[in-house]
Ligand binder design. Structure first.
Ligand code: SF4
Length: 190
């Protein structure tokens, strides 16, 4: 059978929810409705690395973008993404249709249109009152997470820009149909 020559790049946890921060997974394994749609369309799926699992492990607390926006973490993201950027260039030069990247809105790393932020999210949880003040300071900001921001910069540096889409981890039920509609337009663009 001939290759479909269509490829999408997916945030790691779309195919493996076990990478999510404990308690945040919206499905037990993979985002079935989205994956089934992509399979039906003959789209190949390339799984991005999970920067949080790689650097912080599976027993991590939830983070905010402010915490992860430091030089060593960004350098780790660049190292993880370097082979992906090479593949983007290789497939594009080979005439493949690169549908784009699907990130996770709300994530401090993989958000595309929305990430979580707080300047006060630091320290320990020993004082409950202080902890609740820190929780109250958590906010969504309309910016990409640090991993996707790094990815976009690396792609721009190679003149290899891709379209970025997202699944909203705070509302997967509503966001998956919206995401599929947006991907459909991109997949069937003449
Ligand atoms: S959103 Fe990104 S960092 Fe968070 S679990 Fe998924 S792949 Fe890992």
């Amino acid at each position: 059978m001939n290759r479909g020559k269509k490829i999408v790049f997916l945030s790691h946890c779309i195919l493996n929810a076990n990478a999510k921060v404990e308690g945040l997974a919206a499905y037990p394994g993979a985002a079935g409705e989205l994956i089934t749609y992509l399979m039906d369309q003959g789209v190949g799926m390339l799984q991005l690395p999970c920067p949080e699992v790689d650097v912080l492990g599976v027993q991590r607390w939830g983070h905010v973008k402010n915490q992860l926006s430091h030089p060593f973490f960004i350098e780790c993201c660049e190292k993880m993404l370097a082979p992906v950027v090479r593949q983007v260039e290789m497939y594009r030069n080979g005439g493949y249709q690169l549908i784009g990247v699907v990130g996770i809105d709300g994530s401090p790393c993989c958000g595309v249109k929305k990430t979580c932020a707080s300047e006060k999210w630091a320290g320990d949880f020993l004082d409950p009152e202080l902890t609740w003040k820190k929780v109250a300071d958590l906010a969504w900001v309309k910016k990409p997470g640090i991993f996707m921001e790094t990815f976009q910069k690396m792609l721009a540096g190679k003149h290899a820009d891709l379209d970025f889409f997202s699944l909203d981890e705070s509302d997967p039920t509503a966001s998956v149909p919206r995401l599929i509609a947006a991907l459909s337009q991109r997949i069937h663009r003449p």
